[in-house]
Every structure is written in structure tokens, then in C-alpha cells.
Design a protein around this ligand. Structure first.
Ligand code: SF4
Length: 396
């Protein structure tokens, strides 16, 4: 029987149901009764300097100044498709079928400070969703390490690792597909807090009502099924489900992409209100630069599995340094009444199965040089808080 792994971010509906068999729910409940949720973060062995009281009365231990809340160091994620039986038979006749490796994320380092909102931007297929899933613990990295409050997650004792994983949650792109259509909202939102011993079963209805209120939904609707809500309401249910386990770090993967523009604005404002009210930290994944500019303190640009530029949001949008960032921003609309020429990024993003040598962007870059095809530039600081991976800016 499958047991729920230590990585506990809430999964899309059907998988979540499958990974929570009755026996493992009971085990999780029993193990977590030992520690009140109020004490989350008060762990022996972890560096601690300050404790804050949250609006809901819970205590939160902040990492020491300068220590990121989430720290990815040299993280890579590869997906390997092994040669199947047909391929092996074909190879017996000399077909030369080889195993295929998708380099979804390639040696990415990303540190996120407590309370920070980091926008992660790139074209579809650049690896940003995979990086988000690695950050939150839904995927194990193929290489590199993941740290929570300065400590390697895989080095934490089991109970502390489970608590760390609960403090990291993900909000998925499709609010309909990520909610179990056979569950009522009261169970979708209330199941995890009960399973993890944060509340008793008798408190579930009252607790779910509080969570729905927090995201602007009418608690009297908690007996309904997901299909009885609009798209914006379903997005709020997804947010309430994530908030119900008192997270500190949220990965929002294209969380407003499927919504109408007016509903997008409402949900983005909700994210910002929750950030202030609950002192949340966000990794906000989007291909919509307007949304990212509105919501982020810092922006990270990814191209084909690598970070090519990062910097404070305003500075990066004012003066993009990497040719890929410049091309992305050249295609963004403006409300200012000036005539603009839209220049889309030339060409298609190459396949991560066979990425270009050297700088991955060189087949599409208007400034490509022979050196760009031979070696990949490292991410180097070009000014305080600003890093760029391009031979043009090296030594600037
Ligand atoms: Fe263009 Fe070369 Fe810079 Fe890559 S390293 S972005 S190919 S100039």
C-alpha cells in the first residue's frame, strides 16, 4: 500500500486521495499529536533568533537575519525515458535507440528570503513549473540541495521534515483539475488539517468556515462540490486548501492564468492581502510579465532550464540586461499612449531533449558570437542585487 511520503504539499485531487490511505492518515495524525501546530518552527537544532506571533495566534520562529527561508543550491532535475522493449528489440537489429534525458532544470540556485515575493518567468517548457515543484518538495532534485531555514531538508529528522513540508504548499494552475470533483469543499479544505492533527474532527466545520472567510468565500457554501462554483471561486478554494495547513511558503504555479482578467485582479489582490496578514513568502510562477511586475519584489528569468537573469523587479523591468529578457519585455504591451513596435522572441524554444551547446539562447540571440556556441556563461553579479548570464555583460 502506498503511504504518504514526507513531502506533503497538497497534490492535485485524485493523486492526493490515492496517497492518503486510511492507515497512513491515522499514522500521520498520531505522530503529529506530539507537537502542537503552535509550536511549529520551535525545533531543536535549527538556528533560531526571533519569534513572531501571527494574527491567528500561532507562533512562528523566523530564521536568523540573512538566512533564506527557502534555498535551492545547484539544483538540477532530469527526467529519463529508458529504452523500452520495442527499442531493445530494434537495437538488436542495429537501430541505435538510446535513452532520452530531458534536462528540465540545470544547476539552478535560488534563495528566497522570508516575506519575499519572487516572480519566476519564462516561456512554456523552460522548466519553471518543475523548479517550483522541486522547491516545494513535490519532486526530488536529481542533483543539488534544498534547504529550509538554512538546514538541508533531507538532513532533517522525519518529524521536522514533515513539518517543513507542511509549511511549503503549492497552488496549482487549473483550479478545476486540482480539486477532487467528488469531495465537498468542507472536506477539500478541512481534510489535511484533521489528518495532520492541527484540529480535531469536531472543529472541522468551524475551521473550514474561517478559511473560506479568509479568502472571501461564503462559508455556507462549504457543502457544495467544486463544479457548483465559478472559476474565480474555485481558485479561492484552492488557496483556502493551501492556507488551511498554515503554510509559510507558497508556490503559485500560473495560479491566475486560467481566470478572466477582472477575476485575476481580485485573486492577485487576495494574494497580496494574505502576504501582509499572514507574513507569507511566495514563489510566483508565470509567463505573464504584467502580473509578475505587479506582484513581485524580485524577478528571476529562466530559459531552457537555466536562470539567465535575476534582479529587483523595478530595476529589471526598467533596464533588462540579458538579450532574452530584452526580447521578452519587447513583446509586453503598455497602457501608455505611445506607439510601440512589438518584437516577439524570434524562433521556437529548443527541445530540452537536445539543448543547444554553450549558451542555450544562442540560436535565437541577435548578439550571438562564436564563443556563445562553445561555452555557457555563468550567472555573475553586474550590480548589487542583479545577476546576468551572458558573455556580453561579463566584466561589466
Ligand atoms: Fe546572446 Fe551570447 Fe549572451 Fe547568449 S551569451 S545571450 S548567445 S550574447
Amino acid at each position: 500500500m502506498l503511504s504518504r511520503p514526507a513531502a506533503l504539499p497538497l497534490l492535485p485531487a485524485r493523486r492526493e486521495r490515492r496517497l492518503l490511505p486510511v492507515r497512513s492518515q491515522g499514522a500521520a495524525r498520531a505522530s503529529l499529536r506530539l507537537r502542537s501546530p503552535r509550536a511549529r518552527g520551535q525545533r531543536g537544532g535549527l538556528p533560531v533568533t526571533a519569534t513572531t506571533i501571527q494574527p491567528d495566534g500561532t507562533l512562528r520562529v523566523e530564521p536568523p537575519p540573512g538566512v533564506p527561508l527557502v534555498d535551492l543550491r545547484g539544483v538540477s532535475k532530469r527526467f529519463v525515458k529508458h529504452v523500452d522493449l520495442a527499442g531493445k528489440i530494434a537495437n538488436a537489429f542495429g537501430a541505435g535507440v538510446r535513452e532520452e534525458v530531458v534536462h528540465a532544470v540545470d544547476r539552478v540556485s535560488l534563495a528566497i528570503a522570508p516575506g519575499e515575493v519572487v516572480g519566476l518567468v519564462g516561456e512554456s517548457g523552460c522548466g519553471k513549473s518543475t523548479l517550483g515543484r522541486v522547491a516545494v518538495g513535490l519532486l526530488e532534485p536529481s542533483a543539488g540541495e534544498r534547504r529550509w531555514r538554512g538546514t538541508r531538508v533531507d538532513a532533517l529528522p522525519a518529524a521536522e521534515r514533515r513539518e517543513a513540508q507542511l509549511a511549503m504548499q503549492m497552488i496549482f494552475q487549473d483550479p478545476y483539475a486540482s480539486l477532487n470533483p467528488r469531495m465537498r469543499v468542507v472536506d477539500i479544505v478541512g481534510e489535511a488539517p484533521v489528518v495532520h492533527g492541527m484540529i480535531g474532527a469536531r472543529q472541522q466545520i468551524e475551521y473550514v468556515g474561517l478559511q473560506l472567510n479568509r479568502v472571501g468565500l461564503d462559508p455556507t457554501l462549504m457543502r457544495r462540490f467544486p463544479h457548483q462554483f465559478s472559476g474565480g471561486q474555485r481558485a479561492r478554494i484552492g488557496i483556502a486548501r493551501a492556507l488551511a495547513v498554515k503554510p509559510e511558503f507558497l508556490v503559485c504555479d500560473e495560479s491566475v492564468a486560467a481566470l478572466d482578467v477582472s477575476i485575476q485582479a481580485q485573486v492577485l489582490n487576495l494574494f497580496m492581502d494574505l502576504r501582509t496578514a499572514l507574513n507569507l513568502t511566495y514563489l510566483f510562477i508565470s509567463h505573464d510579465l504584467g502580473v509578475v511586475r505587479h506582484i513581485s519584489d524580485r524577478v528571476v528569468i529562466m530559459y531552457l532550464g537555466r536562470v539567465v537573469e535575476s534582479g529587483a523587479s523595478e530595476a529589471l523591468f526598467r533596464a533588462p540586461a540579458h538579450p532574452y529578457t530584452q526580447a521578452l519585455l519587447a513583446g509586453v504591451g503598455s497602457v501608455e499612449p505611445v506607439k510601440r513596435t512589438f518584437v516577439p522572441v524570434q524562433g521556437e524554444i529548443p527541445s530540452p531533449l537536445d539543448p543547444p551547446t554553450g549558451c542555450h539562447f544562442h540560436p535565437r540571440c541577435p548578439h550571438a558570437m562564436p564563443r556563445c556556441r562553445e561555452a555557457a556563461p555563468s550567472l555573475v553579479a553586474v550590480e548589487p542585487g542583479r545577476e546576468v548570464a551572458c558573455w556580453l555583460t561579463e566584466g561589466r
